[in-house]
Ligand binder design. Structure first.
Ligand SMILES: Nc1ncnc2c1ncn2[C@@H]1O[C@H](COP(=O)(O)OP(=O)(O)OP(=O)(O)O)[C@@H](O)[C@H]1O
Ligand SMILES: N[C@@H](CCO)C(=O)O
Length: 349
């Protein structure tokens, strides 16, 4: 059996919109077997089963599921028209969908690795990232999920021909149904080296409290409310904090006042409050003074999950945030998470 494990991730960490991501300890798992079973009656030759978050509505045929559609894109770029006969994939997904914990990023990373394994493609993690970035076009979640830990990344400026390939509409990269219009043509291959990254340190005492509301905000909707242009003042506000934050989070013991201020943001959070009732009040509800141990608080990815970084007092910090959401009639669960420094893993057994 081949086991593929991909961590969830929290993107932005306040000022680092589309730049920063941290992978965290909730793991999407694929259990993959290549057997003599006849899978020819399944779409694309792949028998897919699923348990966990999204089990009641995630598509379960390989033609429509994000993980297998992603895998098929990579296979077709390598002139393999479907999965090898006898492919069975069981998905175990504890990552809540559409909550800002990188569920789609994990699914895309898992799909690319699935293709690499069943297609015996021998791609490096760096090259697999290019395929991920053709699908999830902002690098923060996929880079953290693939590489692990606290990661900063940028997309390289591509030359005109590569840029054209990179900007091919998503519907052409990832048609749905995936096998619906197999024209026999190979799909657009990604340019090489689209995204570059660096792993930052992470002070060992810093843990992540994820407060997860019981409603979904799709990333596409949450991006559609953002402005197209920003004032120099707001950009400089974020740049100043971003530069300080990436080092502040490596220092032991962490400086709570420095980190709290460095996690403020003027680029995405203010615009997303319309989608997340009570967001400004939640973000203002805990400070290092009111809740010792708290380092900083922000929206996780595109929301609605709230990420609070802290060294202690986890229950009290979570209780306060839960109470603020409750005042808006929003029920949440919360989890204490650790960084997943290893990133995506493949285990052969
Ligand atoms: N395990 C999975 N299997 C199939 N589809 C999935 C899986 N995980 C996520 N998806 C798809 O991705 C969608 C959620 O992606 P979306 O980008 O909106 O949110 P997110 O990735 O959870 O949050 P964020 O990007 O803010 O961290 C789901 O509605 C579903 O279509
Ligand atoms: N940087 C992205 C992360 C969500 O996928 C955003 O905030 O829209």
């Amino acid at each position: 059996m081949i086991t593929i494990k991909v961590p969830c991730s929290s993107a932005n960490i306040g000022p680092g919109f589309d730049v920063l991501g941290i992978s965290l300890s909730i793991w999407l798992e694929l259990q993959v077997t290549l057997s003599n079973d006849d899978t020819s009656s399944y779409p694309l030759n792949c028998a897919l089963t699923y348990e966990g978050e999204g089990a009641d509505h995630v598509p379960l045929d390989a033609d429509h599921n994000l993980i297998t559609r992603t895998a098929l894109y990579v296979l077709r770029c390598h002139r393999q028209r479907s999965f090898p006969p006898g492919t069975c994939v069981h998905v175990i997904n504890p990552i809540p969908l559409g909550r800002g914990l990188g569920s789609s990023g994990a699914a895309v990373v898992a799909g690319v690795i699935l293709a690499n394994e069943v297609g015996k493609l021998g791609l490096s993690k760096d090259r697999m990232m290019d395929y991920c970035l053709m699908i999830e076009r902002h690098p923060d979640n996929v880079m953290a999920a693939m590489m692990g830990g606290f990661v900063g990344s940028y997309l390289r400026e591509l030359d005109a021909a590569d840029m054209e390939r990179k900007e091919i509409p998503l519907a052409e990269v990832l048609p749905e149904p995936a096998g619906g219009e197999d024209t026999g043509r190979d799909p657009p291959e990604p340019p090489v080296g689209i995204g570059h990254f660096i792993k930052f340190g992470w002070a060992k005492e810093v843990k992540a409290i994820a407060i997860i509301p019981q409603f979904e905000v799709s990333t596409a909707v949450s991006r559609s409310v953002l402005p197209k242009t920003y004032s120099a003042k707001d950009m400089i506000f974020n740049f100043q904090r971003l530069a300080v934050l990436t080092t502040a989070l490596t220092r032991s013991p962490p400086d709570a006042d420095l980190i709290f201020q460095a996690m403020q943001d003027k680029v995405h959070q203010p615009y997303r409050k319309a989608l997340i009732p009570g967001l400004p009040e939640v973000l203002a509800s805990v400070t290092p003074k009111s809740h010792p141990g708290l380092l900083g608080i922000c929206l996780s990815g595109a929301g609605p999950t709230i990420l609070a970084l802290a060294t202690e007092n986890f229950d009290k910090i979570a209780d306060e945030i839960l109470a603020r959401f409750k005042a808006e009639n929003i029920v949440c669960q919360w989890k204490l998470l650790e960084p997943a420094h290893e990133g995506a893993q493949v285990i052969h057994s």
